[in-house]
Design a protein around this ligand. Structure first.
Ligand SMILES: O=C(O)c1ccccc1NCC(=O)[C@H](O)[C@H](O)COP(=O)(O)O
Length: 260
C-alpha cells in the first residue's frame, strides 16, 4: 500500500471516531463557524509574490523537520513576512499537526488559513470551518468526481475557499468544476517522494484560466518561483524550506523581500 492510501485508510477510522465523540451539531456551535472568510484566492491574485507558507513539523518524505515550533509564533512571523496565507497541517499521525494548531494560528493572525488535511468526509469540512479555516484542500487522487463536487459545494456554502490538488492530467480532467477556486499542482510524487517542478510546468497549459494556479512542494529558490510565474502560477506553497530553520517567519521574510 502506498503512503497516500495508508494515510487515507487511517483517516477513515479517525473521522468515524471523531463523529461519535463530537457531533456536527456541536461543531456548528463554534463562534468561528459564523466567521466570514478571508479569501486566499483573492490574496494571491492581488499579490506580487504569492507565497503560502506552511506549518509542518514532520512528513512521511522527510521525517522530522522541526519539533520545536510554537505555531502561534510561526503564524505571527509569517504574517509579518507578508505571506498571502498560511497552510496548517492538522494530521497528527504522519505530520505531527492538530486542529489545536489551526485554532492557535487563527487566534494569532487574520491572514487566510488553509486547513491542510486529507479530506475524505463532509465532517472534516465543517470541522475546518468551526476551527477557523478560510480554505480547505481537496486531493483529487483520493476522491471521486462526485465527492469533489459534493465536498467543494459544501465548502462554498460554508463560505470557504477550495484548493483542489492534482498530480497528473487524469486527475485534472476529472476535477475541473465551477465550485473550485484554486487548482494546485503537487510537484511531489507521493509514491516515490521525488519532487519535480516540471509537473507544474507541464500541467499549467491545461488548467483553465478561471482558476488561480498554485504550485505545491519542493519549492526552495527565488528562481523556481520566477520560472513558475512564466507558466501562469500565482501561488506557491512552501513548507520545508521555511520550517527547517529555527525561525520560519524570519526565513519567509528574507525570502519574500528578495522576491519583491
Ligand atoms: O510532504 C510529504 O512528505 C507528503 C507525503 C505524503 C502526502 C503529502 C505530503 N506533503 C503535503 C504537502 O503537500 C506539502 O507539505 C506542501 O506542498 C509543502 O511541501 P514542501 O515545501 O516540499 O515542504
Amino acid at each position: 500500500m502506498d503512503i497516500l492510501n495508508k494515510i487515507v485508510a487511517d483517516k477513515y477510522k479517525e473521522v468515524d471516531l471523531k463523529k461519535s465523540l463530537l457531533p456536527v451539531a456541536q461543531l456548528e456551535q463554534s463562534v468561528l463557524f459564523r466567521r466570514t472568510r478571508n479569501s486566499l484566492a483573492s490574496a494571491l491574485q492581488n499579490s506580487s509574490t504569492g507565497i503560502i507558507a506552511e506549518h509542518k513539523r514532520r512528513s512521511p518524505s522527510k521525517g522530522t523537520i522541526n519539533q520545536n515550533t510554537n505555531v502561534g509564533q510561526v503564524a505571527i512571523g509569517y504574517q509579518k513576512a507578508d505571506v498571502c496565507g498560511m497552510s496548517v497541517l492538522t494530521d497528527i499521525k504522519y505530520f505531527g499537526g492538530s486542529l489545536e494548531d489551526l485554532q492557535l494560528a487563527r487566534a494569532s493572525v487574520t491572514m487566510p488559513l488553509l486547513r491542510k488535511e486529507f479530506i475524505i468526509d463532509e465532517y472534516q469540512i465543517i470541522e475546518a470551518k468551526s476551527n477557523g479555516a478560510d480554505v480547505i484542500l481537496l486531493i483529487a487522487a483520493v476522491l471521486s468526481k462526485e465527492e469533489i463536487k459534493t465536498f467543494s459545494e459544501l465548502a462554498k456554502s460554508l463560505d470557504l475557499d477550495v484548493l483542489l490538488e492534482v498530480h497528473n492530467e487524469e486527475e485534472l480532467h476529472k476535477s475541473i468544476m465551477p465550485s473550485l477556486d484554486m487548482l494546485g499542482v503537487n510537484n511531489r510524487n507521493l509514491k516515490t517522494f521525488e519532487v519535480d517542478l516540471d509537473t507544474s510546468k507541464s500541467l499549467a497549459k491545461i488548467i483553465p484560466d478561471d482558476f488561480v494556479k498554485v504550485s505545491e512542494s519542493g519549492i526552495s529558490s527565488l528562481e523556481a518561483i520566477r520560472d513558475l510565474k512564466q507558466f501562469g502560477y500565482e501561488g506557491f506553497l512552501i513548507g520545508e524550506n521555511f520550517m527547517k530553520t529555527n525561525n520560519p517567519g524570519k526565513s519567509a521574510k528574507e525570502f519574500i523581500q528578495k522576491l519583491k
